[in-house]
Ligand binder design. Sequence first.
Ligand code: SAH
Length: 354
Amino acid sequence: MIEITNTAEQLTAKLADTHDLTDEELKLLIESDNSDELLFSLADKQRRKVYGEDVYLRGLIEFTNCCKNDCFYCGIRRSNHNTDRYRLTDEQILECCKTGHRLGYRTFVLQGGEDAYFTDEKLCTLISRIRSEFPECTITLSIGEKSRESYERYFKAGARRYLLRHETADDAHYRKLHPETMSLDNRKRCLYDLKDIGYQVGTGFMVGSPYQTTENIISDLRFMQALDPDMIGIGPFIKHKDTPFSDCESGTLSGTLRLIGIIRLMFPHALIPATTALGSISPTGREQGLKAGANVIMPNLSPTEVRELYLLYENKICTGENAELCKGCLERRISGAGYRISYASGDVIRKGAR
Ligand code: SAH
């Protein structure tokens, strides 16, 4: 029997039961460290109920660090002239897939800045080539805001999942993180278009981003309840010296873990990664993320020589390693945390499906 000794624990038990709380209750839970142990254990129980001990792997290919956007938090923003820019060729990208496939990965995530060099035509050719060479693999895109028509074209070419964090669901907060040229409305439009087209959609936000309040986080949770995403990616904000936020505090390990736990209980069926950013603020961050309710890890498949150039934030882990090393290291971490790698493509399990 679980002994409930304080209000935060009461709320945690209620959240595990009903998968929802009022705004006031969420605020209390988000701001309290009184219930973390219970929260993580109930979140882990919930994750095991739907996904067992499986951890899904997504091979991440960071294929371009060129970006037309100027997000204030991001190290590869357009105005950062202190970084060399790169683009992988189709051959290099296919080589990454080949390595990933050999290591057992069955999902490839193509992530990059918003790079006009990669026209829809080029992207569709690339997607089709990956599809035909690795027919049993799932292709995930994470390439930012596009028109509905573009998203439709990528889907037709064979992409099936899309990651696009909303970053913050509060307009005023969104304005503080992005230049005038970007808008929360368009980002939301993208997410609803992607869903409508038939993609499995991932969204999310940074924990501890500059100016973020608890109320902002509650808006994020409410927005996600309305969107009902298949995947939810959260990780701590980490500063980068060549951005306007170079002096800002990073998000915390404990704050991120608590939100992973809360999100697992609110979204029992979601695929939730223990992110690279979480592993970058603490050597055991990803293992702790798994124990708090996460069930996905995204090993880096990018060629070692470009990893240092895809620096969204400082002290990013695994930049000196290659894909083989990443795999061995992750296997140890995952089994050490009490879980098992699944080499399945790992689609979302929807409500009522199990
Ligand atoms: N251009 C794509 C991919 C962005 S990179 C897009 O717009 O979706 C993926 C995620 O990294 C971003 O959505 C953001 O939430 C996160 N990120 C960017 N800069 C970061 C930083 N300084 N600290 C932590 N996470 C960051």
